[in-house]
Design a protein around this ligand. Structure first.
Ligand code: ADP
Ligand code: ADP
Length: 226
């Protein structure tokens, strides 16, 4: 099944082109790494997929739902980990997740169970009563990933999720997300400029100055680029 379909997407800030006829698809279970230097257009693409901005041309579909015409259905299939943390620092882990569950229409025992499940998988359940402020960067990232997964999205977007983390935390998160794609059949779109976060089985999407320079498996791209 196609989790994300982006077709002929263009976007400009005033007169400045940030995305130029971008198109690609991500299937369920696939981990796609969006690779590109600063200014390539990664954040702009994420802003369009999350509907922070509106594309004037092109089309984005999540699980077949058009994000402009079927917005709530489409966005309901999406989980996001932004580059800047959006957790409430003065609330506990549990309070942050409760709030997100409520936003997605989950409550009561069901919400508690889902929260416990996701936190346990990330080894964060014992810390559920701690305030976000008390946690280190790696643990905060785990809470954000648990939160993004709470409503069982079909596509998980992560915008440079390892920036500022120490090496062990980075490795944990890279591995966790890759296993998630495989084991839970979730589609992942991971933006990074760090090539050591790519696994051999990943799909690569290389963005440069707003255009897709290459897309395909790691082996295919190595052949294309020599
Ligand atoms: P990233 O870390 O993803 O590369 P940037 O550093 O490019 O993000 O951008 C950080 C913020 O500054 C974003 O809100 C972005 O929209 C804004 N921004 C980036 N480039 C420009 C620009 N040339 N003019 C105005 N705002 C910009
Ligand atoms: P990336 O996330 O890959 O670093 P961005 O999407 O932030 O790339 O930026 C793509 C292009 O758009 C860059 O040339 C950047 O300077 C420009 N840009 C980003 N945000 C803004 C903004 N708010 N206003 C003007 N230009 C922007």
């Amino acid at each position: 099944a196609t989790a994300l379909s982006v077709k002929d997407l263009s976007f400009s800030y005033g007169g400045k082109k940030a995305l130029d006829h971008v198109g690609f698809e991500i299937q369920a279970g696939e981990c796609a790494v969006l690779l590109g230097p600063n200014g390539a257009g990664k954040s702009t693409l994420f802003a369009l997929i999350t509907r922070l901005y509106d594309a004037r041309s092109g089309r984005i579909e999540l699980c077949g739902f058009d994000i402009k015409k079927q917005t709530s259905k489409a966005l309901g299939r999406l989980g996001v980990v932004f580059q800047q943390s959006t957790l409430d620092m003065d609330l506990t882990v549990m309070q942050n997740l409760d709030y997100h569950a409520a936003l997605h229409g989950m409550g009561g025992k069901f919400a508690k169970q889902r929260i416990q499940q996701e936190l346990e998988r990330l080894n964060m359940y014992e810390r559920r009563k701690e305030k976000i402020r008390q946690l280190n960067g790696g643990h905060r990232r785990r809470v954000e990933i648990a939160r993004a997964l709470l409503h069982k999205p079909s596509l998980l977007l992560l915008d440079e999720p390892t920036v500022g983390l120490d090496v062990p935390s980075r490795q944990d998160i890279v591995e966790y997300v890759h296993h998630l794609a495989k084991d839970e059949n979730i589609a992942v779109l991971w933006a990074t400029h760090l090539i050591d976060e790519i696994f051999p089985e990943d799909k690569l999407i290389i963005l440069h100055k707003g255009q897709i320079e290459a897309a395909g498996s790691v082996a295919e791209i190595l052949q294309q680029t020599g």
